[in-house]
Design a protein around this ligand. Structure first.
Ligand SMILES: NC(=O)c1ccc[n+]([C@@H]2O[C@H](COP(=O)([O-])OP(=O)(O)OC[C@H]3O[C@@H](n4cnc5c(N)ncnc54)[C@H](O)[C@@H]3O)[C@@H](O)[C@H]2O)c1
Length: 272
């Protein structure tokens, strides 16, 4: 069975760990780490099969694991991803926005080749990436409109300089329009889907992003439109937010679990 190290014991990390513990992913969770000792201890207490809590993120990959699963933050990717690959471990990244920094993308992509290891980016909170992947050379335009409840946008860097007060929004309001590259630095915890879309398609400078706040919604909704010589694709995904972290959609967690299940299984693989 594959051995897994987990970096980040929050909403996503906890559900992945429980899926392994319950046998939904055929693997063993051997090591976990979180900056917050409280988070790692709380997760540890929930598990029947107890992993070791290590003292820093680098100790995850210096142990004998097959893959490290990052479910922490963009900073965690910047800090630990290269050493994980250098230690010859595969890596699954949830904080995908970190890869829109081209220098980080290039360093990690080169490291995958040098150390013959793979980075997995689950489809996250959207569907249709298989289609975008297939037609990426025939794309003329790619856009995503994300609509969330104002509370799901709270704490984003964008609001440090914006005059918009999320607490005063009482109808559907456009918060941001720009490129995926701009969005990812201003809404780092909200915009993993835009990051994924642009990495799959035509890049972060050409992918257009609109972020809307809707005080009456209970969902995180993503509308994606792709146009090109292949034709046109439109997808709408209406996700319920996770109960522990409203910024994270339930689908993002299920997609991470499915990616890991696929990695750990000898099976027929379906989809592009
Ligand atoms: N790819 C996707 O579709 C997608 C969807 C939702 C969330 N995400 C991203 O996945 C990550 C985890 O999401 P979540 O909902 O579980 O968040 P969360 O806030 O519930 O949990 C994150 C955990 O990571 C820990 N952490 C943060 N930085 C760390 C570091 N440098 N080292 C060690 N631990 C650290 C925190 O203490 C926290 O316990 C976030 O970056 C989020 O933006 C990705």
């Amino acid at each position: 069975m594959k051995k897994i190290g987990l970096l980040g014991c929050g909403a996503i990390g906890t559900q992945i760990a429980l899926a392994i513990d319950e046998g939904k992913i055929p693997a063993i969770l051997t090591h976990i780490f979180d900056d917050s000792k409280e988070k790692s201890s709380t997760l540890h207490a929930k598990l029947k099969n107890k992993p070791e809590i290590v003292e820093n993120s680098h100790l995850l990959s210096s142990n004998s694991v097959d893959i490290v699963v990052e479910a922490a933050s963009q900073d965690a990717v910047k800090d630990a991803a290269l050493s994980i690959l250098q230690n010859k471990k595969d890596l699954m990244i949830m904080s995908v926005g970190a890869l829109l920094d081209e220098s980080i993308y290039d360093i990690l992509s080169d490291a995958c080749q040098d150390f013959k290891k793979t980075i997995y980016l689950p489809s996250g909170a959207i569907a249709g990436l298989d289609g975008i992947k297939a037609i990426k050379d025939e794309l003329d335009s790619l856009s995503i409109t994300t609509t969330k409840h104002p509370r799901s946008l709270k704490g984003a860097k964008f609001f440090e300089t914006s005059e918009i007060n999320l607490d005063e929004i009482n109808s559907v309001t456009t918060i941001f329009e720009g490129t995926a590259k701009q969005a990812v630095s201003l809404f780092p915890k909200n915009i993993n889907v835009a990051a994924l879309l642009s990495l799959t398609g035509i890049g972060s400078e050409k992918t257009r992003v609109t972020i809307m706040a809707d005080p009456d919604t209970d969902k995180n909704t993503h509308q994606i439109e792709a146009n090109g010589s292949f034709g046109k694709m439109t997808f709408t995904i209406e996700n319920f937010p996770d109960t522990h972290n409203p910024k994270t959609s339930r689908l993002a967690i299920l997609s991470a679990i499915e990616t890991l299940r696929k990695y750990c299984s000898n099976d027929i693989q379906i989809g592009t």
